[in-house]
Design a protein. Structure first.
Length: 60
């Protein structure tokens, strides 16, 4: 892992926290909240890349 500092506004952080339970099967049982957020962001980026981004490239 490459450590990077990412800042979230309150609205975005709340959305991430709301999404974590929905994806609990895809997120390991991390004890720390920041680890759960890290895994949720990684999962969201992977899903966005596979779905939205590749579609945009193919339509280009």
């Amino acid at each position: 892992l490459i450590p990077k500092r990412v800042l979230f506004d309150k609205k975005t952080l709340k959305m991430i926290e709301m999404m974590i339970p929905a994806y609990k099967d895809e997120i390991s049982n991390a004890n720390k909240e920041n680890e759960k957020i890290n895994q949720m962001v990684r999962l969201a980026i992977e899903k966005m890349f596979k779905n939205d981004f590749l579609t945009k490239i193919n339509n280009f």
